[in-house]
Design a protein around this ligand. Structure first.
Ligand code: NAD
Length: 430
């Protein structure tokens, strides 16, 4: 029995199958924790074959520009909205960027804007309120507007940015629904400005390594994807609702805010698009946070290759951030996934004598926001289409609209069948 299993793993002659299974080990040979596998049945297997390098092109700096540009050559960004994400992640991440800098701030609170401007060296002439934002068209130091506002404001500020002739980097979810996303794409096209959606995980090296395992079929074709992105989403102090619990500001609850990472994750990792979804949701009755938006949502998707995805997201469950692919000859994924820091890959496969071998082959941490912003700057400097353009966000909205429809009707919902891989994104970063 054991020898049969070993034969299966390494192939009867220990040929190609063994080589394929050894790819992750060789890729991570630099890790002292990674043990050498036992010799395959045929010890000569795989010798002389060229394996992918550990630091593949996709894992280098976005833009491929390893030397930071001098300040005068960098692309100027205006950050719109000085909330948690801007203050705690984006502005600090700019210090790690090589191709962009902050040149303007847009806020509803002038005193806060002044304090932040002082800290990051933004001149007073680069400070705007939401009302007088349109003056930004005359600011030659601003090429990109980064929209970091509640979801309901993304469309308005994208349209105003396009009118001002500025390129747009917009936070996820792109909009409130697919229709709004379509209008944003059309406005940017008409104004001949670029539109990128800030899907930071698509620029992050560990996710891109997992993407390679899927696309190179290192463990055979993937059959199942499971993902869960949950966290307890509290209201504001004093029992007040925060915008994430207000439908008119957020568009929905857990799904567009955090569930979107599971959805966008399976799409960009595989390159496939779902053609059918089925969903259900539950909200704890009388919980004041969830009067308007869903607390918990779970959905299934079918993909053209036969892959089935099971995704879930909750605003009421303890922090859980993980995804996993089950392939023919192993499983792999990430836990924690989706987080800003501390991502950890997981790989498991049978290795000789029926042993299930598990490892955590993670690549060094990189700042996802810096990679994402530098990609936008690279697109502006070199006139390239962003890897995650507006169309990528629009497709997530089309699917989320279908997920909500299925949850509402209790029936599966069909989507346009798209067989082309990476139909909505540019395949190259850098
Ligand atoms: P936040 O509540 O911390 O900040 C929102 C900002 O918008 C604040 O400065 C607030 O003053 C301003 N604002 C303007 N009008 C408002 C209104 N009517 N109601 C509430 N706030 C108003 O939110 P955040 O966490 O910074 O999220 C902002 C955007 O960034 C959202 O679209 C969110 O989905 C996205 N986000 C993305 C990530 C990521 O990892 N990519 C992480 C967090 C948030």
């Amino acid at each position: 029995m054991l020898s049969t299993r070993r034969k299966f793993i390494f192939g009867s002659s220990g040929g190609l199958m063994a080589l394929t299974l050894m790819n992750p080990i060789k890729l991570l040979a630099a890790s002292p924790k990674w043990p050498e596998p036992p010799a395959p049945a045929d010890a000569s297997a795989g010798k002389g074959e060229k394996l992918p390098p550990l630091h593949a092109e996709s894992e280098q700096n976005s833009g491929g520009n390893s030397v930071p540009l001098p300040p005068e050559k960098r692309v100027g960004f205006a950050i719109v909205g000085l909330g948690r994400l801007s203050l705690e992640e984006l502005l600090p991440a700019l210090s790690q960027c090589k191709m962009c800098k902050v040149t303007a701030l847009v806020s509803g609170d002038p005193e806060k804007a002044k304090r932040v401007a002082k800290q990051y060296g933004v001149p007073e002439s680069g400070l705007y309120s939401y009302k007088d934002f349109d003056r930004i068209k005359d600011n030659k130091d601003v090429q990109v507007i980064y929209i970091v506002l509640p979801n309901s404001m993304h469309k308005e500020f994208t349209l105003r940015s396009a009118k001002a002739g500025k390129h747009v980097l917009c936070e996820k979810p792109m909009a409130m629904n697919a229709k709004e996303a379509e209008e944003m794409i059309a406005a940017c096209k008409a104004a001949n400005v670029k539109l990128m959606i800030a899907y930071r995980q698509q620029y992050e090296p560990n996710n891109r390594w997992i993407q390679k395992l899927v696309r190179e079929k290192t463990f055979g074709p993937v059959k199942l994807f499971e993902a869960n992105n949950s966290q307890v989403q509290q209201g504001k102090s004093g029992g007040k609702q925060q915008w994430r619990h207000v439908k008119a500001l957020a568009g929905g609850g857990a799904l567009p805010d955090i569930g979107i990472y599971c959805l966008n994750g399976v799409r960009f990792l595989t390159g496939e698009e779902p053609y059918e979804v089925m969903a259900l949701e539950h909200t704890t009755p009388k919980d004041p946070r969830f009067k308007e938006v869903e607390e918990t949502i779970a959905w299934m998707m079918r993909f053209p290759s036969g892959l089935v995805a099971l995704c879930a997201s909750s605003y009421g469950g303890h922090q859980t951030k993980r995804y996993r692919f089950t392939a023919e000859q192993g499983w792999f994924g990430m836990e924690p996934a989706f987080a800003y820091r501390g991502l950890r890959n997981e790989v498991s496969y049978a290795m000789g004598a029926a042993l299930e071998h598990k490892e955590n082959p993670s690549l060094p941490e990189r700042n996802q926001f810096a990679l994402e912003m530098d990609h936008m700057a690279d697109c502006v400097l070199n006139n390239k289409k962003p890897h995650s353009p507006g169309e990528e966000g629009w497709q997530d909205h089309r699917i989320m609209d279908a997920i909500y429809e299925s949850a509402r009707t209790g029936k599966p919902v069909k989507l346009e069948r798209i067989d082309k891989l990476d139909a909505f994104r540019n395949s190259t970063i850098g």
